[in-house]
Design a protein around this ligand. Structure first.
Ligand code: ADP
Length: 275
């Protein structure tokens, strides 16, 4: 795929060129199966939105894509999650390396209690990345996160002095600094005002040129604005336990999902009749 052509014409292949893939993925918290049987292929250099009513397992599935669930008590993943064809839960796989290649940005901006500079330098330092110039790396990450011009004269100041929107872009820069391939975003704008939200959405379009992005959002307009493809989830009562478990209802190009959904449940949700 030619990226420049894709960006200007918004060409999207019918089938995603998978870089990250779920095959029959279930996610449990103890005995509770929060997500059931998800098959999903995330396209290289695409933005994929996960949408659906609260509690249908979007964040749970997102966290299973970079082994963030390993850090949650009782969480367990069954089925297969592959990154570039390799099982990320494989025996010889280092979960820290998985989280470096597949970074994550959270709902609430969570900078470290450190300077702006040290927030960016932290990841490369602790992961032992070979870096020829940390100053250059910090500048590059902040530039890519569209924050450099706003902070270049106060790199030594605390990250807590930044606005919420700037803090979230700092967290994106921090993720970028360790050179990931994929960035997972869990409702990255839900704590931000509309102007800060627009900045992050514009930034996502720029980042797509270099990264693959998966975003969980409860904001359907946001999914319609930013995503190339959209996956709609809902919660169904499990036949055996009666517990509600998250399932993938429909996945397709965002335009198709919003304008011509194949499933009545998607249509009801999109049109605001449900959720
Ligand atoms: P969504 O992101 O779609 O709102 P979640 O993934 O947060 O949904 O939650 C899916 C289900 O898993 C819900 O029933 C929720 O209560 C449950 N759940 C989420 N996190 C945990 C956890 N750490 N322990 C136990 N249950 C959880």
């Amino acid at each position: 795929m030619h990226l420049a052509a894709r960006a200007s014409s918004s060409y999207l292949p019918d089938e995603p060129r998978g870089i990250l893939q779920c095959e029959n993925v279930d996610v449990y918290y103890g005995a509770f199966r929060a997500v059931t049987g998800v098959d999903l292929k995330f396209g290289l250099h695409e933005i994929t939105a996960l949408i659906g009513p609260s509690g249908c397992g979007k964040s749970t599935l997102l966290r299973s894509l970079n082994r963030m669930n390993d850090l949650v008590d009782g969480a367990r993943v069954e089925g297969l999650v592959t990154f570039e064809g390799e099982d990320i839960y494989g025996k010889r796989v280092d979960p820290i390396e998985v989280r470096r290649r597949i970074g994550m940005v959270f709902q609430k901006p969570n900078p470290f209690p450190k300077s702006i500079y040290d927030n960016i330098a932290y990841g490369p330092r602790v992961t032992g990345m070979r870096v020829s110039s940390m100053d250059d790396l910090v500048e590059e990450a902040l530039t890519k996160a569209a924050l450099w011009n706003e902070v270049k004269d106060k790199l030594k100041q605390s990250a807590f002095g930044l606005s919420g929107g700037q803090q979230q872009r700092l967290c994106i820069a921090r993720t970028i600094a360790t050179k990931p391939d994929i960035i997972l975003m869990d409702e990255p704008c839900s704590a931000l005002d509309p102007i800060a939200t627009t900045k992050i959405e514009d930034l996502m379009h720029q980042l797509r040129e270099e990264y693959t992005i998966v975003i969980v959002t409860h904001n359907m307009q946001q999914a319609a604005r930013v995503a190339d493809r959209t996956a709609f989830f809902t919660a169904l009562a499990d036949e055996t336990t009666g517990d509600r478990t998250g399932v993938l209802v429909e996945y397709g190009k965002t335009l198709q999902i919003f304008e011509n959904p194949a499933d009545k449940r998607t249509e009801d949700y999109i049109s605001g009749r449900f959720g």
